[in-house]
Design a protein around this ligand. Structure first.
Ligand SMILES: [Zn+2]
Length: 327
């Protein structure tokens, strides 16, 4: 081989070798990052029921919204300093398809918590293959706007035009009372205003139902009165084929604090003593049974079980599977 050709050959060989050493895709453009997330729903089966968690949003719970003993709260402040993510909370609604009826338990924040962070439940519902028109019943755990805000659209119309909404009478009577609202502290006023605005179009349409506990609402569902957080705060327990799921509303806001310290309350609790007593009664019961829990503020999808751990409890979230009938 003439000398000049052999040098060209050597240079070409080096180029090829260099590209191999840089990796198989070095000759291609870098892959763009994909910013789209998976759709905001997660499905599982409870007996014959199909339960779908519907993502509404995330936020951070303020440490000042929690009340406990000095020692506990000092511990929370220290833990928060070491882990600034410990008070992240989600907001989630849950859809139960019984095979006969489509039932939504809590409806997310809608437009009441502003911005992009919340109010995504309607989109999650559509991603899960349903439409708002198909929802027959909405069961609400209580009338705080992070649970009922999604019941109305931005222009105050019913977001679920064919749904009957059920809420405990004690809850409805409290938040919809102009007399109680007039006497309530200034900080609580937004909750009265939102409850009244959200209920109005359903009341007008004859779709607002306040239950006292004696009337059946849905086959296979039991009411679980959980007073304290709000006067008519209610959980819903569904059973099918020996399996159970409890929708527990706001039994826990900050899971990494209140499971270890069930006595810690939130400033939003109307009756903090009753809220702590309800939590102290419910947690041991749920931990001793193999019952699935749906908690709107637990990390998405807000589905898991309780385990006894030391003097408190730990949360065992459901494990992801792409088989909807496996749990
Ligand atoms: Zn809440």
């Amino acid at each position: 081989m003439p000398k000049r050709n052999s040098m060209r050959f050597a240079a070409a060989l080096l180029t090829v070798l260099a590209s191999f050493m840089a990796g198989p895709n070095a000759a291609l453009d870098a892959a763009p990052q994909h910013r789209d997330q998976v759709p905001g729903f997660y499905r599982l089966k409870v007996g014959d029921l199909e339960v779908t968690a519907l993502f509404d949003g995330t936020g951070t719970f303020d440490a000042h919204w929690l009340n406990g003993t000095r020692a506990t709260m000092d511990g929370v402040a220290k833990a928060l300093h070491e882990d600034p993510h410990m008070l992240y909370v989600a907001d989630t609604g849950f859809l139960v398809n019984t095979g006969k009826q489509l039932i939504l338990v809590d409806a997310g924040a809608g437009t009441w918590w502003g911005g992009e962070a919340f109010g995504r439940l309607a989109g999650s519902l559509r991603s899960a293959g349903y439409t708002p028109e198909e929802v027959d019943i909405v069961l609400v755990t209580h009338l705080h706007s992070d649970h009922v805000g999604g019941l109305t659209t931005q222009d105050g119309k019913r977001a679920f035009p064919n749904a009957d909404v059920y809420v405990a009478k004690a809850e409805s009577d409290f938040w919809l009372s102009p007399e109680i609202a007039a006497k309530a502290p200034k900080d609580a006023q937004p909750f009265f205003q939102s409850a009244q605005a959200i209920a109005a179009p359903y009341i007008k349409a004859g779709k607002w139902h306040a239950f006292t506990g004696s009337e059946p609402i849905v086959d296979g569902m039991q009411l679980v009165p959980l007073p304290g957080h709000t006067p008519g705060h209610t959980g819903y327990e569904f059973s099918s084929k020996g399996q159970k799921i409890v929708f527990w509303g706001d039994i826990v806001h900050a899971l990494r604090v209140q499971l270890q310290h069930p006595e810690v309350t939130a400033v939003f609790d109307i009756d903090p003593t009753a809220a702590a007593a309800t939590r102290n009664q419910l947690l041991p019961k749920l931990a001793s049974e193999d019952v699935l829990i749906a908690g709107p503020h637990m990390n998405f999808p807000g589905l898991g079980r309780l385990r006894k751990e030391g003097s408190g409890y730990s949360w065992a979230p459901v494990v992801f599977t792409d088989r909807w009938d496996e749990r």
